[in-house]
Design a protein around this ligand. Structure first.
Ligand code: NDP
Length: 329
């Protein structure tokens, strides 16, 4: 008899009403792919919260095992780059959206989607970083490519107490930037300062409709929030600065004017982690291995078991999760 493993399955009935169950699967139930992996660690990202609660149409194939990222050990492979026993990380590529994802004991995916676990990083650490942290690194790399280095002036991070935000604060401060962390949770100021923020500001300062141009406050930023927050961040960015936009926790709209672009030469840098090419992923994970302080990483993450995933998914869409949640399977 083949081995069974626990999985979360999101289903939809004829009226398109969504339900979430915990079930037993076998490898025969998994979708097509050339590498089968024992999932050792995964995480709960904002997108996983949207998928499990059904708050946004993340899932586009029914029923589906959600979970957009994992780290684990290859069980079997017909892909030339991967052999049984190799340690690998997966982020995105539609996993947890259209392809069975991380919230199961085993996953089967395309070998081309996987990147090797960096030296010195455990599967648990990799998922403390997770897609949120890897996206934060993509944002930092985009700012650097645009010449926004520490000597250009402060950088702002919005949604700072969340997953992307916490890792962005941590990486940017380790690299020597003066980080201004924007949060709606003022009680998290000590946490953000411990991660390396030089200043903490209230989310309210950026929540009102933005003026076309406002006083220049920073050379750049990492925005996980969107909407009025991103519009304000842009209007407060100094001449020639750049903002990496990766999130929509505050809304998908962008009620901004072109003034920052045409009068201050500000650039808006779009960040997508899901379909990012492999070379970019490899560089991001190499940089995570090199630039992320593992002690800080431990301080910004907490660990739950498989049974805690559904509650954590509900909490993250309600803005109740601080930093990162790692799931040890
Ligand atoms: P989290 O929920 O961990 O963090 C989001 C943070 O945004 C919250 O902690 C909160 O920070 C802030 N926030 C939440 N709601 C609001 C609101 N209504 N107005 C203003 N701020 C708000 O999520 P993640 O860090 O995992 O993801 C952040 C965003 O980035 C999400 O939109 C996610 O979908 C997106 N994302 C995009 C990726 C990409 O490839 N582009 C990849 C990964 C994530 P605080 O309490 O500090 O104010």
């Amino acid at each position: 008899m083949s081995e069974t493993f626990k999985a979360i399955l999101v289903s939809r009935d004829a009226e398109k009403k969504q339900s979430v169950t915990v079930t037993d699967l076998t490898d025969a139930d998994l979708m097509e792919g050339d590498v089968t992996i024992a999932v050792e660690a995964t995480t709960v990202n904002y997108k996983d919260g949207l998928a499990i609660t059904g708050k946004a149409p993340v899932i586009r194939r029914w029923p589906l095992v959600p979970g957009i990222d994992f780290a684990g050990t290859v069980i079997s492979s017909s892909h030339p780059d991967w052999r049984a026993g190799d340690k690998a990380i997966l982020n995105g590529w539609g996993v947890g959206e259209t392809h069975f994802g991380a919230y199961a004991g085993h996953a089967r995916v395309k070998g081309d989607w996987l990147v090797p676990l960096p030296q010195g990083i455990s599967p648990h650490d990799a998922m403390a970083v997770g897609t949120a942290g890897y996206t934060a690194m993509l944002c930092v790399m985009a700012l650097e490519r645009h010449g926004i280095l520490p000597d250009r002036g402060p950088v702002v991070v919005t949604g700072a107490a969340g997953g992307v935000g916490s890792v962005a604060v941590s990486i940017l401060s380790s690299l020597g930037y003066h980080v201004i962390a924007s949060t709606g949770r003022n009680a998290e100021s000590p946490y953000l300062i411990n991660l390396g923020a030089a200043e903490v500001i209230s989310r309210d300062e950026l929540a009102q409709p933005a003026k076309p141009l406002a006083k220049e406050r920073w050379a750049g930023g990492v925005d996980a929030v969107g909407s009025h927050t991103l519009a304000n961040v842009l209007s407060m960015t100094s001449y020639g600065g750049a903002v990496a936009a990766c999130g929509l926790a505050g809304g998908m709209d962008l009620p901004a004017s072109v003034a920052p672009f045409i009068l201050r030469g500000v650039s808006l840098l779009g960040i997508d982690s899901v379909m990012a090419p492999k070379a970019v992923r490899l560089e991001a994970w190499r940089r995570i291995g090199a630039d992320l302080d593992l002690q800080k990483l431990a301080s910004l993450s907490r660990t739950i078991g498989f049974d805690g995933i559904i509650d954590a998914a509900r909490d993250i869409v309600n803005g109740k999760i601080r930093g990162r949640v790692v799931v040890d399977m």
